[in-house]
Unconditional design. Structure first.
Length: 473
């Protein structure tokens, strides 16, 4: 069974290009068929009319040359002009039958053209009025289909003893009419097919060229989404240019909102940290229980402010299109810093560079904070060696950090990703590093996974969206 239009594939129903092409091609095909049928019918009518007109011309000549002698016998005073009437079985014939009375059968073949040779035309008996022409289709010599016309002629000055009524018949091979029709139809359909093919090619080119600005718009949007551009760029026609302008205005407005949000976040952090610093300084040097309580609570508030401000900044940055950051410069800069910070422990920090430098689809500040927390955590727990490897995987950037420290038991790995959770209280830290890095990664559609490292310690795998691919939410 044929598939209903409502059940066409979604891609075909939703494609403007498919709709335009389908409508245009179906319309062209329908018009070609209608035009071919109409022109063919007109030509058939024209050829049939010409065929009957030629027969009538010969019939008029036959009637003009038919005479009766003194004894009432008919004869043709002069041969007809067409030489085919003298050539046997040429396809053109005439015959004169005597009609005794309207109700009596006619005497066939009183006179015949030489082209009939020894054959006789048997035309259905009719009773036309004098001078009236009747068409017929009859079988001729050798079973060939003939188109024939007849006319009854009456002589008023004939002898009274003879029949004065005759039926004049002229017939021709119908192939003389059908052959031109067939040749014309063949050439007509061939010409219409070429014309239709040309129109379809022109329609396809027109649709492709007409929709080219939309494809360029799609490429420009892909560049913004991939982080290689911050606004739609390119030359667009007048119909698309307002859409591009409005979209660029939305992008600019979104970037402005994010910038204001960051400014307000910084102002909030400054406004909170100033009184917190005052409180911290107020209890410096005091050993009583109230001073220790205030110092602990002030430290907790500072950590919470840093944590939530980082989350707010990352959530805002993740919504800004057209932002991308090369990974290797940030990673190598952090590696140099970590070598200096942990210089007394003489750690071996190795960064393995990939063949193709990956690009993170996000802001450099957020990447710096994620990698900084993870690297600092790995260096704190490592015994002698930390290895970092970066690899582009499909539409993501995968950063793997291995250390040769004590590692983390599998049942504790989910715990250390929570805010303030620490695997070892003896190691300095707030317990927010992994949690902040995990929240930042998730805000960009990435993730952090913990596993056993080949070096004997912990392996941390950070997966982030690449600049050339979509974010996986």
């Amino acid at each position: 069974m044929s598939q209903p239009a409502a059940e066409l594939p979604v891609a075909a129903r939703g494609s403007l290009q498919v709709r335009l092409l389908a409508g245009t091609l179906v319309g062209i095909a329908a018009l070609i068929v209608v035009a071919g049928w109409g022109l063919s019918a007109l030509f058939r009518d024209h050829v049939a009319t010409q065929f009957r007109a030629e027969l009538k011309t010969h019939l008029d000549q036959l009637a003009a040359h038919l005479v009766l002698d003194t004894s009432g016998r008919p004869s043709v005073a002069a041969p007809l002009s067409d030489p085919r009437l003298s050539r046997p079985y040429s396809g053109l014939y005439w015959q004169v039958d005597r009609v005794a009375a309207p109700e009596a059968p006619a005497a066939l073949g009183v006179l015949r053209s030489r082209s009939l040779w020894d054959s006789v035309l048997e035309v259905p008996v009719t009773a036309p009025a004098d001078g009236e022409v009747h068409p017929h289709s009859v079988a001729g010599p050798q079973g060939v289909a003939l188109g024939a016309i007849e006319r009854v002629v009456r002589f008023h000055d004939a002898p009274a003893s003879s029949s004065r009524t005759f039926r004049l018949i002229v017939a021709a091979d119908e192939r003389l009419m059908l052959a031109p029709m067939e040749r014309f139809s063949g050439m007509l359909w061939l010409a219409l097919a070429v014309l239709g093919l040309g129109l379809m090619i022109v329609a396809i080119i027109q649709v492709l060229v007409g929709l080219a600005p939309l494809r360029r718009l799609r490429v420009a949007l892909g560049a913004v989404r991939a982080g290689t551009a911050k606004q739609l760029a390119g030359d667009f026609p007048l119909e698309v240019a307002p859409l591009v302008g409005e979209f660029n205005a939305v992008l600019a407005q979104n970037a402005d909102i994010v910038a204001r949000a960051r400014t307000q976040s910084g102002n909030l952090a400054h406004a909170l940290k100033t009184p917190l610093s005052v409180l911290s300084n107020a209890v410096v040097g005091r050993e009583d229980e109230l001073a220790r309580l205030i110092a602990d609570q002030v430290g907790t508030v500072k950590r919470q402010v840093d944590y939530h401000l980082s989350r707010a900044r990352a959530a805002a940055a993740a919504q800004v299109p057209g932002v991308s950051t090369p990974v290797l410069p940030v990673l190598e800069g952090l590696a140099r810093v970590m070598r200096r910070v942990h210089a007394e422990r003489r750690l071996e920090l190795v960064v393995r560079r990939p063949a193709a430098p990956p690009v993170f689809r996000g802001e450099a500040q957020d990447l710096h904070e994620m990698l900084g927390n993870l690297l600092d955590n790995a260096c704190k727990w490592a015994a002698r060696r930390v290895e970092v490897q970066v690899a582009p995987v499909r539409e993501t950037v995968v950063i793997t950090l291995d250390d040769d420290g004590k590692g983390i038991a599998p049942e504790q790995r989910n715990t250390v990703l929570r805010r303030g959770a620490r695997a070892d209280e003896q190691v300095p830290g707030s317990g927010l590093g992994l949690a902040i890095a995990d929240d930042l990664a998730r805000s960009y559609g990435g993730e952090i996974e913990l596993a056993d490292s080949p070096l004997g310690g912990l392996r941390v795998t950070l997966t982030l969206p690449a600049a050339a691919g979509p974010v996986r939410r």
